[in-house]
Design a protein around this ligand. Structure first.
Ligand code: DGY
Length: 329
């Protein structure tokens, strides 16, 4: 055996396929996490002490988690978000960090559309009513003609834009790093200042990473600037939204509905006020959880890890400075 690779990502572990096979064929033993949830830093630290590579879900990869990781050469994130990874601490230890961009874009975009439609047509409430023996109707709204404000027009935002265009929505976007104008034109999107997007959109959907700059981007002030009766969808990261303020905006009727696949704390505390609201839809961070994305993202994560372990440089390295370190073999 060449060495060991820790795998914490749940769907990677539970779905057999080529993503697991290529690790074994390359001579690595897969060490599965004993926990069925993202790991705390201290739990991860113990497991990282004895492995050469790690394919990780949403675990807490802090400096403390890396302290005993003497052999670890690669952290291959099964996903694109890096808010749970202290990339600087990994770089300081010469550990390459990789991600799987594009692998989950369609899955997250489709979930976004599903939540948008569910909110527009009150599907969860209607389902509950019919199952309770009631046959009342709740009038919905059509997406056609509504303005969709996409905050973030990266890979996932663009997939949402394509689908929303097919629903005849008018699409605005705000992105501090906008795509080239040809791409904006192909998608039929128009750039907007954040405040204008909030004021004009009937639906606001978040598709940006969580960083120090974006934390609580949708705070009380931003919610107050939204069009009265609009809806908010968050399939990106919980920390982008000030959750108590969102609950108040739903209670006051400022927003007609909201849906979150992601929460500041996952799972959310039972007393999170959002969970008690009828106009709020919650899903348990399942944006990437499709059969196709599990395999696509799994294969990409395994290929990234193996490339680093072979001494190659994979395409999706987030800390290329590691390769400039003088003592790197
Ligand atoms: C991501 O891509 O980071 C998703 O949240 C799945 O981990």
């Amino acid at each position: 055996m060449k060495g060991k690779i820790l795998v914490t990502a749940r769907s990677f572990r539970k779905t057999p396929g080529p993503h697991q096979q290529i690790l074994q064929d390359a001579g690595y033993t897969i060490v599965n996490s004993p926990y069925d949830r993202p790991l705390k830093a201290a739990e991860l630290a113990g497991l990282l002490a004895d492995v050469d590579g790690a394919i990780l879900g949403l675990d807490e990869v802090t400096a403390e988690a890396l302290e005993q990781a003497g052999r670890l050469r690669v952290i291959s994130r099964y996903g694109v978000g890096l808010d749970s990874v202290d990339v600087a601490a990994a770089t300081a230890r010469g550990i390459v960090v990789t991600i799987t961009p594009g692998a989950n874009s369609v899955a997250v975009a489709e979930l976004t559309m599903a939540l948008m439609l569910a909110l527009a047509r009150h599907i969860p409430q209607l389902d509950r009513q019919v199952k309770a023996g009631e046959w009342g109707r709740i009038r919905g709204v059509e997406l056609a003609g509504l303005a969709l404000g996409l905050i973030g027009l990266g890979r996932i935002g663009r997939e949402v834009a394509k689908r929303a265009a097919a629903f005849n929505m008018r699409i605005l976007f705000y992105d501090p790093f906008p795509p080239p104008e040809e791409v904006q034109a192909q998608l039929g999107t128009a750039p907007a200042a954040l405040d204008n997007l909030l004021a004009e959109s009937d639906v606001v959907s978040l598709h940006l990473p969580l960083t120090d700059d974006t934390r609580h981007l949708i705070d009380r002030g931003a919610l107050a600037k939204m069009k009265p009766g609009a809806i908010l969808i968050n399939t990106a990261r919980g920390g982008l939204v000030e959750e108590p303020a969102l609950a108040e905006a739903l209670q006051s009727g400022q927003l007609a509905g909201a849906a979150c696949d992601v929460f500041t704390q996952e799972p959310p505390a039972r007393d999170n006020p959002l969970l008690k609201l009828d106009g709020f839809i919650a899903t348990p961070h399942v944006g990437s959880a499709t059969r196709q994305t599990t395999l696509r993202m799994g294969l990409m994560a395994s290929e990234n890890a193996l490339a680093v372990l072979r001494g190659e440089r994979p395409a999706h390295v987030v800390n290329p400075e590691v390769y400039e370190q003088p003592d790197r073999a």
